[in-house]
Design a protein around this ligand. Structure first.
Ligand code: FDA
Length: 378
């Protein structure tokens, strides 16, 4: 073995694929029973509908190198992501755009009139002087839109009143003064034609790559554990950085999600793939309906059933899946201390969203793995 990779998410698999293609023998271990990290999907058994097990994953990028690279393993559909939100029993388009504003104020503002209105409403606070998230948000988009679309949704995401949340959590709140409600601004977007898992498996399908699942790097009862391998073989580690160092510099905090899945005996639940719930009376933040990610599969998917998943957000404990870094001042200090420790680890490189304690979109995880390969490993 020339290289041991801990974690089979997009970061680990990109390193594995590049190393294997250049003739190196690679072993990838993952503590889960499946490959692919959080991008993993599986077909719901009674309907065959592809469900994203760790939250909805939409691929999008403006990075030409990454786009060329991912197209070696999968084709993409022409799916374009759009999100809607329900507030007081009415559905509005997101991100906040001219359609949202005119529907909310029951008006026909031109772009210029809407811009003037939002600027006037936002005058209540200076976002640069904001003492908390609420003041900053009002200083960016004004109180009415904040109270309708941001306040309760943010409170559900963080389980905290936005008045108690630091202003730094948001630097900007995009408002579009057109009717464009495309969610992503990137050059390319789409979903893998035959699913994420087929794509992820193709990345690992090489004679030089061995994948060992249900294998935890910290489990000393199995041969490829930390104690037995560090210093013996080069390692790329994509698990949580604080766990690697046994939490000596403190625990980095994360938010997690709980998912509640239902198969319904109706053809269509909400007519779109993602519906946010802006108000406090719905305990979930959003509902995904997975058949809408693949309208091109209409001939394969059942016409009388649908799969929905309600998503709930909360702070993670050590036993939960870490999803979004909380990134408090304490976390940032801890991360700096872990980065120093990481520099001292012989032949171990830290990468990916858990190894660097950063939210990374898929194209960013793949792009940063390609850089690590080119600059530090090749
Ligand atoms: P990932 O977490 O995927 O992989 C790490 C792997 O390491 C896991 O498989 C884990 O089991 C393994 N591991 C950890 N500790 C281990 C140990 N001790 N021993 C062995 N294995 C261990 N991106 C995007 O572009 N569009 C989108 O729509 C979304 N949507 C989205 C929704 C939600 C809810 C989240 C949380 C994230 C997204 N993402 C996203 C981001 C996407 O999930 C992210 O880019 C990739 O997961 C990053 O891949 P990594 O390989 O870095 O981590």
């Amino acid at each position: 073995m020339d290289l041991l990779i801990v974690g089979s998410g997009f970061f680990g698999l990109t390193i594995a694929e590049r190393a294997a293609a250049s003739g190196r023998k690679v072993t990838v271990i993952d503590r889960r029973h499946h490959i692919g990290g959080n991008a993993y999907t599986e077909n719901e058994p009674t309907t065959g509908i592809e469900v994203h097990k760790y939250g909805a994953h939409l691929f999008h990028t403006s990075n030409a190198t990454v786009w060329e690279y991912v197209n070696r393993f999968t084709q993409f559909t022409n799916y374009v992501h759009r999100v809607y939100t329900t507030h007081k029993g009415v559905v509005y388009p997101l991100p906040i755009n001219l359609g949202t504003i005119n529907q909310f104020f029951q008006a026909a503002y031109t772009p210029g009139e809407a811009r003037d209105l939002i600027q006037e409403l936002a005058g209540e606070f200076d976002p640069k002087q904001a003492n908390n998230l609420e003041e900053r948000a009002i200083g960016l988009i004004g109180r009415p839109l904040y109270e309708a679309f941001i306040r309760d949704y943010t409170a559900k995401q963080w389980q905290t009143d936005p008045k108690e949340l630091p202003a730094e959590i948001i630097s900007r709140l995009p408002v579009r003064y057109t009717y464009d409600n495309r969610y992503f601004n990137d050059t390319w977007e789409g979903l893998p034609v035959d699913g994420y898992t087929a794509w992820l498996e193709r990345m690992a399908d090489h004679a030089n790559i061995e994948v060992k699942l249900s294998t935890d790097f910290f489990d000393e009862s199995q041969p490829l554990n930390k104690k037995a391998t560090v210093g013996q073989v080069p390692i790329v580690y994509t698990g949580p950085v604080d766990r690697y160092f046994d939490y000596t510099e403190g625990e980095l905090s994360w938010r997690t999600l709980d998912f509640e899945q239902d198969v319904l005996d109706i053809p269509d639940f909400q007519g779109t793939s993602v519906m946010n719930y802006a108000d406090a009376d719905a305990p979930y933040t959003r509902i995904h309906e997975f058949k809408h990610f693949h309208p091109e599969r209409a001939d394969r998917y059942p016409t009388d059933k649908t799969v929905i998943v309600r998503e709930y957000s909360r702070f993670a404990t050590r036993a939960d899946e870490p999803y979004y870094p909380v990134n408090t001042a304490e976390d940032r200090a801890g991360l700096l201390a872990y980065r120093d420790l990481a520099k001292g680890e012989q032949d171990v490189l830290f990468g990916g969203r858990l190894g660097t304690y950063q939210y990374l979109d898929m194209h960013m995880a793949i792009g940063s793995a390609l850089s690590m390969w080119n600059n530090q490993l090749a």
